[in-house]
Design a protein around this ligand. Structure first.
Ligand SMILES: Cc1cc2nc3c(=O)[nH]c(=O)nc-3n(C[C@H](O)[C@H](O)[C@H](O)COP(=O)(O)OP(=O)(O)OC[C@H]3O[C@@H](n4cnc5c(N)ncnc54)[C@H](O)[C@@H]3O)c2cc1C
Length: 549
């Protein structure tokens, strides 16, 4: 019988964000207990379909990228995004995205030349999350409590005492931890418990979604099929996502402004209209997955020893596939800060950086996603009436809508800016040098070593990715081995900051790296750069470990 469980960090919620946080903390040597109300192995609902390149980089570091990339759609199934009048109708335009078998080698398409060892991966959450779960459950540093609901908590200034209910026995017990992290999703009880309030737009789009089995559909679609098919016709607009590449699909029916109640809209009629099939077409509804697209961001991410991450902290329309991915980015930020403090080399003040760094990014991403959603809503509600006509005017209308759809949507499906462009420009942990970080959009990104940016990727002369050579903690990148960095290394040792030295021999010249020394943080962001060691290396180490805040 569970009476009292203790760990350094307790995580509430074992969705993709909670599981990633648990895995990363354990990788950094922190013991974790994770409470999840679902039974062990119960798959999540069929929501997210895109793991961003930045998330894949993180999964690579955890040793999971290869296994995750091998899961999901069949090897040769096209990952393209297509726009059609109906799922079985005219093609308007296509954004080419390589299938898994060509993903690491293809040079064709708008996201194939990105400076990363790990391009994005299209996979549904129902395949992704169980892999995270399995690895977390096997990790010696993680204890998972399934069928456990956290019902409340008390922070006594030294530790947090959470009340957990075992849903099988209905008994309650206490989880004691030094820090509690709410990764408990959109209806977060932890968010309510710390008094955080969501602000923004309650409703941007209502979507009647159905997870269906339709084995006959794939043969009715004009080849090649696609991972995601947007459907634009004057009757209805929606989106069809291939889940297993054979018979299971997620179909989103974008409700019109006056359609406020999910159940009063004819689900079957709309599915048939979107697919472009008649009454005799056979399919089965596996689950109804209706959802509301919102733009809501919490006003705070922390109250003393309690933090929130992921959907608990922000909810927005899943344009650019950046709900879960942004949540995992929060988790990775918080993970190294917690580990630095719990392992004793950073004071507790370092934890203040989480909100200072992540809250502005969260606000920004939410606006990118919303602006894109508004553009897409405008686009699909202003279609030429002749778009489905088999006439020259119909063909011209399709070409025009297709061009506009490509231009708008390539930004969300090849969102290098969202992946790699964001930077921390007001962080207390970064030694800025006066140069401004390059502007980015959802689509565009300029690799840069300006402090605060993601440490730009390089292929090393020995064939490795720079990211495989970076240590789990701070790494000093030295591009000129004749520079004496002993004062810096000594300062790190004096302050207890784990710092590895990496002499970089790059395979190719990089325009991003213009300095001979660069300090890369445990989360692969630039903390400092220069051509020579700092005049006061101890002061730099104090900035890096949050002792100068
Ligand atoms: C249609 C759709 C498509 C999407 N597509 C994408 C996409 O392509 N890319 C992307 O990045 N994002 C996408 N998203 C968003 C993505 O699904 C979410 O952002 C993601 O699931 C959030 O993960 P999370 O771990 O924060 O929360 P959740 O996945 O909601 O997990 C929270 C967990 O906490 C548990 N829990 C809650 N309360 C308690 C408690 N008191 N005690 C114990 N356990 C508790 C729940 O059971 C749940 O397992 C999409 C969303 C939708 C609706």
């Amino acid at each position: 019988m569970k009476e009292h469980i203790a760990a350094s960090v307790a995580i509430v919620g074992g969705g993709p964000v909670g599981l990633s946080l648990a895995l990363d903390l354990a990788w950094r040597g922190v013991d974790v207990v994770l409470a999840e109300q679902r039974p062990a192995g119960e798959p999540p609902s069929v929501k997210c379909n895109h793991i961003s390149a930045r998330t894949m980089e993180i999964l690579r570091r955890l040793g999971l990228a290869r296994e995750i990339r091998a899961a999901g759609l069949p090897d040769d199934y096209p990952n393209d995004v297509v726009f059609r009048t109906r799922a079985t109708g005219y093609e308007l335009t296509r954004i080419p995205i390589p299938s898994r078998e060509h993903r690491l080698s293809s040079m064709h398409g708008p996201d194939t030349r990105w400076p990363t060892p790990e391009p994005a991966h299209r996979i549904n959450q129902i395949y992704f999350e169980p892999i995270l779960f399995r690895h977390a459950a096997q990790s010696p540093g993680v204890r998972i409590l399934n069928r456990t609901r956290v019902e409340g908590f008390r922070d006594d200034g030294q530790r947090v005492l959470a009340t957990a209910r075992d849903l099988d026995t209905d008994r309650t017990y206490t989880i004691e931890c030094r820090y509690l992290i709410g990764c408990d999703g959109g209806r977060s009880g932890v968010r309510a418990g710390i008094g955080a309030k969501l602000h923004g737009d309650e409703v941007i789009q209502r979507v009647q979604s159905s997870y269906i089995r339709a084995p006959a559909l794939i043969d009715l679609i004009t080849p090649p099929p696609a991972w995601m098919s947007y459907i634009y016709n004057p009757q209805r607009a929606g989106n069809l996502v291939a889940i297993d590449g054979r018979e299971r699909w997620l179909i989103h029916n974008y409700l019109l402004a006056h359609e406020r109640d999910f159940e009063s809209v004819d689900r079957d009629g709309c599915i048939r209209a979107l697919l472009g099939v008649g009454g005799d077409f056979e399919y089965e509804i596996i689950a109804k997955e209706d959802w509301i697209g919102r733009r809501l961001v919490a006003d705070t991410l922390r109250e003393r020893r309690v933090f929130i991450c992921g959907d608990a902290a922000h909810l927005w329309v899943p344009y650019a596939g950046y709900g879960m991915n942004a949540g995992i980015a929060d988790a990775m930020n918080l993970s190294w800060l917690l580990a630095a403090h719990l392992k004793g080399w950073a004071p507790e003040s370092i934890l203040g950086a989480y909100e200072k760094e992540r809250l502005p990014i969260t606000e920004q991403v939410s606006r990118f996603a919303m602006q894109h959603a508004e553009g897409a809503i405008r686009e699909r509600t202003h279609l030429p009436p002749e778009i489905e006509d088999d006439t020259p005017a119909g063909a011209a209308a399709r070409a025009q809508v297709g061009r506009a759809a490509y231009d708008l949507n390539v930004q969300q499906f090849a969102c290098a800016g969202l992946n790699f462009g964001y930077f921390y420009d007001t962080s207390p942990l970064i030694a800025y040098d006066g140069e401004k970080q390059p502007h980015y959009t959802m689509f565009d990104y300029t690799p840069s070593t300006v402090p605060g940016c993601r440490t730009p990727h390089l292929w090393l002369a020995d064939g490795r990715s720079l990211y495989d050579a970076l240590g789990p903690d701070y790494t000093l990148l030295r591009f000129d081995p004749s520079i004496d960095v002993s004062t810096l290394m000594r300062a790190a040792a004096e302050r207890g900051v784990p710092l590895a030295l990496l002499d970089v021999r790059a395979r190719e010249e990089s325009t991003a790296y213009r300095h001979k020394l660069l300090l890369s943080r445990p989360d692969q962001h630039v903390a400092w750069r220069s051509d020579e060691p700092p005049a006061d290396p101890v002061a730099l180490m104090d900035v890096a470990r949050g002792a100068a805040m």
